[in-house]
Design a protein around this ligand. Structure first.
Ligand code: MAN
Length: 540
């Protein structure tokens, strides 16, 4: 009995346990089926989650929304946070990264919404499908620029415009392709002109460099010839001067000796005159009588020019001084004459008169020496002293001036060759071309490789800048103009020109984003690039 009661008790307990367990399982099953039902119900009600696809997620990202082994969704950037699937797109933000609400605006800018845009135009990413930031979803605005299918709003709010927009876009693309093709064809001509212009400039630069070299050689020759000639004339007159000094010395000595003789003679004359007058004839001294007689005979026959006087001696001295002066003046004339003849060193004399020959014979006969031998550099045909028109100093001066201006010109050409005229020097192809457009009360004038001007109604042009350089960035060509007129109370004016593809050169717009800094948009064939055409043709 006891045993059976005990056994009964045990059975009751076991049954209770089994019952409880069964109840628990049943409750869980009912709960799970409630969850599933709720989820199914929500899915059925929720247009944001249809046909097993998570709304707002691109086809390639759908797999990220597969439930894990526990049947839960793991937030994409925070996998430790796991939520039941029915919480996806339930308009409540559960995940910190917004990944549970791709099809609603619940997570604001954290989430992003994908719209498929089937049949729509390709977007800038090269695909039709686009992404909108989450806060633009269900805001009552149809964001057709990204979602042409209108799927960013609840059904019925935005009609699908993908077909219509695709047609419009196709027209635009076709137009763009046609402009690009025409522009590129015309660009080839400008490119060729640019290449020719560079070629010409290089040829001019090389010719200039060659001329400059020739002038420098000529200058060196003329300068050394000038020095040589001056040395020659100076040497010649140096010898003449020393010979004259020698002769002057000898003549001086002769004059002095003559003076001494004159003095002695005067003394003797006085002595003999005294003797002749004062001797005593009563003393019969035959020697005295003979001397007196001889003196009286001499006096009677000597003539007027027997004794020289000082004035004659002076004349000899003055004669030498005049000779020196004449030689000095002759030296000056010779130097002048030699300069003139040197200047035409390369040209033979038309007169046939040779200064060198003349000088050599003149000086040599005066000196009684052989004429000096001048070294010839041209095989014996010495033209250095032949007389012709012109002036060596002037020729040298002219050559020096020419060298200066040639050097400046060469420098400018080299600088120009280093300037950035765009890819393949294309801007050189627009050399000399200008375009004008009236905008905002001014005429704006762009001369491509020259000046950029703002012309007022009175016709006065204000220089915005002179062409300086260009750059090509991301397929966009830009020219820079610098060093314009100073702005009143402001900076030096400058401007930039951005090219866009067009069939003609035309100023489309101008703005002054900063005071006296101007920004132009110009359509031109040189703004067209094959890469852009290829991209358009490949992408659309
Ligand atoms: C002129 C023009 C303007 C410029 C002002 C600056 O009016 O060149 O573009 O802004 O001068 O004083």
């Amino acid at each position: 009995m006891q045993l059976s009661r005990t056994s009964n008790n045990l059975n009751r307990k076991s049954w209770s346990l089994v019952f409880l367990q069964t109840l628990l399982v049943l409750t869980q099953t009912v709960q799970a089926s409630d969850d599933q039902q709720q989820q199914q119900q929500l899915q059925a009600q929720n247009p944001l989650q249809q046909q097993g696809e998570i709304k707002g997620v691109s086809p390639e990202d759908q797999h990220l929304y597969q439930p894990n082994s526990k049947g839960l969704f793991q937030c994409l950037s925070n996998p430790e946070i796991q939520i039941p699937l029915w919480k996806l797109n339930d308009d409540y933000c559960d995940c910190p990264d917004g990944s549970d609400e791709p099809g609603t605006s619940a997570c604001g800018p954290l989430s992003r919404f994908y719209c498929a845009n089937i049949g729509g135009p390709k977007l800038s990413n090269g695909q039709s499908g686009g992404y909108l930031p989450g806060f633009k979803v269900n805001d009552g605005v149809c964001d057709y620029d990204v979602c042409c299918d209108g799927s960013d709003e609840l059904p019925g709010v935005c009609e699908n415009k993908c077909d219509e927009l695709k047609k419009q876009n196709d027209l635009l693309i076709n137009e763009k392709v046609s402009v690009l093709k025409k522009g590129l064809a015309s660009k080839v001509k400008t490119l060729n002109k640019g290449k020719d212009a560079r070629f010409r400039l290089v040829a001019e630069r090389d010719k200039l460099a060659e001329n400059l070299k020739e002038l420098e050689t000529q200058l060196t020759q003329l300068e050394s010839q000038q020095n040589e000639n001056h040395d020659f004339v100076n040497g010649l007159f140096g010898k003449l001067d020393s010979k004259l000094a020698e002769v002057d010395g000898v003549v001086g000595k002769v004059v002095q000796r003559e003076k001494k003789l004159d003095d002695s003679l005067s003394l003797l004359d006085k002595v003999l005159a005294g003797l002749s007058n004062d001797y005593n004839p009563n003393f019969n001294d035959p020697a005295v009588k003979a001397a007196v007689q001889a003196y009286r005979d001499f006096e009677a026959n000597k003539g007027d020019d027997f004794i020289s006087n000082d004035s004659e001696n002076r004349k000899v001295g003055e004669g030498f001084s005049d000779l020196y002066k004449e030689i000095e003046s002759l030296k000056k004339q010779v130097i002048q004459l030699s300069k003139s003849s040197e200047s035409s060193a390369a040209a033979p004399s038309s007169t046939g008169f040779s200064l060198q020959g003349f000088m050599e014979s003149l000086v040599s006969s005066f000196l009684g020496i052989d004429p000096p031998k001048k070294q010839n550099t041209d095989g014996g045909n010495d033209k250095g002293f032949e007389v012709a028109d012109g002036d060596l100093d002037k020729t040298i001066k002219d050559i020096k001036n020419k060298i200066k201006s040639f050097t400046r010109e060469l420098d400018n050409k080299n600088k120009d060759l280093e300037k950035n005229y765009g890819p393949d020097d294309i801007l050189r192809g627009l050399e000399g071309e200008c375009i004008v457009e009236p905008i905002n009360g001014y005429d704006y004038k762009i001369c491509f490789t020259d000046k950029l001007e703002q012309i007022n109604k009175g016709g006065r042009g204000t220089l915005i800048g002179k062409f300086d350089n260009s750059e090509l960035n991301d397929g966009v060509l830009k020219m820079h103009y610098n060093r314009g007129e100073k702005c009143w109370n402001g900076p030096i004016r400058k401007g930039s020109v951005t090219f866009q593809c067009g069939t003609k050169n035309k100023i489309l717009a101008v703005s002054e984003p900063e005071k006296c800094e101007y920004s132009f948009v110009v359509s031109s064939p040189i703004g067209c690039f094959q890469e852009e055409l290829d991209k358009l043709q490949n992408d659309y």
